[in-house]
Each structure stands twice: as C-alpha cells, then as structure tokens.
Write a protein that binds this ligand. Structure first.
Ligand SMILES: Cc1cc2nc3c(=O)[nH]c(=O)nc-3n(C[C@H](O)[C@H](O)[C@H](O)COP(=O)(O)OP(=O)(O)OC[C@H]3O[C@@H](n4cnc5c(N)ncnc54)[C@H](O)[C@@H]3O)c2cc1C
Length: 321
C-alpha cells in the first residue's frame, strides 16, 4: 500500500494529531508491505519540513498560493499528489482542516472515504476500519470498496508517531499549479487561545458549560483551571452560541473531538452531542450541582458542587502544589 499522510503544521512543526495519523499509516504500511510519505503544503516550509523529515520522507508543496489554508487551493494539490504518486491511501487527522480540504480532495479523486477512524485491522488482506456513527452511539466496521481510499483518523485513537532513527529526505512535490476560480479570499484569523494549547492536542482539557455566566467568568474559572493544570480551555455549544466562548473551543459532535489524559467538565450536563467529542478521554471528571446530571454517568470522578465555589478553591490548591 502506498500511503500519503497530510502533515498539518503550525509553521514550525508537524501537529501532534498528524503524528497520530502517521502511526495509523505506518501500521497499515507494515501490514501490507507498503510505504509512507508526508504530504506537506504551505509556504516557507523550511522549519516544518525539517521537523516532518524526522518522522518520514516528505513531499513538500511550497508555494505562495498555499500560504493560507484555503480549501479551494489545498484540495486540488492534495488530489494531484495522490494521482501523481499513485497512492492507494490518503490519510489525515480528523479535524476542521480535514473536514474542509481533505473531503474536497476526496470529491475530486472520486475514491472512497471514511472519516473519524478509531481502529483498524487487516482481514484477508483487506483493510477494515472502525468508526463511530450516530454521534458515537454505535461503532461501525467498514471496508472501502473503491480506490483511492481517503481516511481521516481520530487523534487520540493512535499514539503520536515517534521520530525515526535517521531523518528522511524532503522532496518538492512536482504537480502543476491549478488556477481555479478565486471563490474566497483569506483575510486573517482571530484567536482567543491566550497562549494555551489547542483542545484537540492538550493532555488536559477543562471545559465549561452553560453554567458559566459571562466571558469574564469563563476566563477566570475555565481558563484559570486550565492554566493551573497546564491544559486547554474548551466549552459546550451553548457558550459558543452565547458568545461567551470562542468557536475554536467547542467540543462535541459539531465541534472538536478530544482525547486528553484528563477531561474536566464544569457545569456541563453531558448531552449526547457533547459526549460524542469526549468519549476517547482517558479520565473524565465533572463538577455539577445536579447529582442527577447525565455527565456523572460518563465521568470517572464527580463532584456535586456549585462550580463558582469549587473551582476557585481548586485553582488555589493546584497553584500551591
Ligand atoms: C445537531 C446538534 C449538534 C450539537 N453539537 C454539539 C456539540 O458539538 N457540542 C456541544 O457541547 N453541544 C452540542 N449540541 C448541543 C447539545 O444538545 C446540548 O444542548 C449542549 O451540549 C448542552 O450544553 P451544556 O451542558 O453546557 O448546557 P446544559 O445542558 O444547560 O447544562 C448545564 C449544566 O450546568 C449545571 N449547572 C448550572 N449551574 C451550575 C453551577 N453553578 N455549578 C455547577 N453546575 C451547574 C446544570 O446542573 C446543568 O447540568 C448539539 C445539538 C444538536 C442538535
């Protein structure tokens, strides 16, 4: 199996989620006797290319037109790379980038796609994939029956790949520039991350629910506890809808899927849609003043308390450790 893995990066290094996708790809290549290469897109790629090469050979599409992550520019390059390398499998980390660019590439390629893969096995030489369906209510086992195959892998389901013993080569990706219609223009990005890690990559995620009454409370309680644990701040959808938390913080079916070592839910009821994004967490702890809240059924540890009293105490205790 010839496998290409999309390397998402932050202009310095490859993201942890893409390294999880690389682990999946390495396992598939080992089982099928194939090869794995990174597919790196962007502009001024020296730093991320050097980092990526520590894990696998790199095909780099380094162009000014790819400086900003616009799906209409990225998807044709991804599709052309698959065609050029005659790849059997295009792999990427599940996430907002893949939902936008990789699905469009799949449309251009006309192969078969499976998203959010959490496990796999080879059966009679064929790749079988496990993926959640119906907001995580069931786990489906599927085989893809067309080529090429496009697969997104849920971060956390596979450990991030370790560096190889020696660094590999970085080779320019030689595909023609496609001049599609300029359907959108990238104007900029606004982020409220405040220097914290992203929810989909952090080892600790502290999420706030509707119980949080204002932006200031969110920053003080959710952000404060996240900082005390060295983690990321997340939220449920109502806080995003109310403008209390930024869109990028939303965890769940229509937000980000997280798989931290510890997920701390503050004033979160535990809806099916929220839990769909949290299930892969190693440990879930919840604070809720309602002892009947469904979150306690999903949590390993629970505290029945008013978070406005419990969280400031917790922050003080953690800071004194
Ligand atoms: C198609 C679809 C997709 C969706 N996608 C998502 C998604 O991706 N992510 C998501 O989160 N939701 C999503 N939702 C919304 C989801 O159905 C729930 O409405 C939402 O998750 C509830 O958020 P919540 O737990 O913050 O609020 P609530 O359900 O209102 O729960 C608030 C909780 O806070 C507790 N509480 C109140 N005050 C305090 C206090 N002072 N101290 C301690 N506890 C307190 C209450 O007891 C309650 O349990 C989606 C819905 C639909 C229909």
């Amino acid at each position: 199996m010839r496998i290409l893995v999309v390397a998402e990066h932050d202009h310095r290094a490859v993201c942890v989620a893409s390294r999880s996708a690389l682990t999946f790809a390495r396992q598939c290549a080992a089982a099928s006797g194939g090869s794995v290469e990174w597919l790196l897109l962007g502009h001024s790629l020296d730093l991320p290319a050097a980092d990526a090469a520590c894990y696998a050979p790199v095909l780099a599409a380094d162009r000014p037109a790819l400086a900003d992550p616009l799906a209409e520019r990225y998807a044709p390059v991804l599709a052309a790379a698959v065609a050029k390398r005659r790849a059997d499998l295009l792999v990427a980390a599940s996430g907002t980038f893949a939902r936008d660019s990789v699905t469009r590439a799949a449309g251009l390629l006309g192969g078969a796609m499976a998203g959010d893969v959490v496990g796999h096995e080879f059966h009679g030489g064929r790749l079988r994939l496990q993926r959640p369906m119906y907001a995580g209510a069931v786990l489906a086992t599927i085989e893809l029956c067309a080529a090429p195959q496009i697969i997104t892998v849920r971060p956390g389901s596979y450990p991030p790949a370790e560096r190889a013993e020696t660094c590999a080569d970085v080779v320019p990706l030689d595909v023609p520039e496609t001049e599609g219609p300029a359907l959108s223009e990238y104007l900029g990005v606004a982020s409220q991350r405040a220097g914290r890690p992203d929810v989909s990559e952090a080892r600790v995620v502290v999420s706030g629910g509707r119980a949080i009454r204002s932006r200031e409370d969110f920053e003080r309680l959710v952000g404060g506890l996240a900082d005390a644990c060295g983690g990321a701040a997340g939220s449920t959808r109502p806080l995003v809808d109310a403008g209390i938390a930024a869109n990028e913080f939303q965890v769940g079916q229509t937000g980000k899927i997280v798989a931290p070592d510890l997920y701390l839910a503050l004033g979160v009821s535990g809806s099916v849609q929220h839990l769909a994004g949290v299930k892969n967490s190693k440990l879930i702890a919840a604070i809720n003043r309602d002892p009947e809240a469904p979150i306690f059924s999903a949590a390993d540890y629970g505290l029945v308390a008013d978070l406005y009293e419990a969280v400031p105490e917790l922050i003080v205790k953690l800071r004194s450790v």
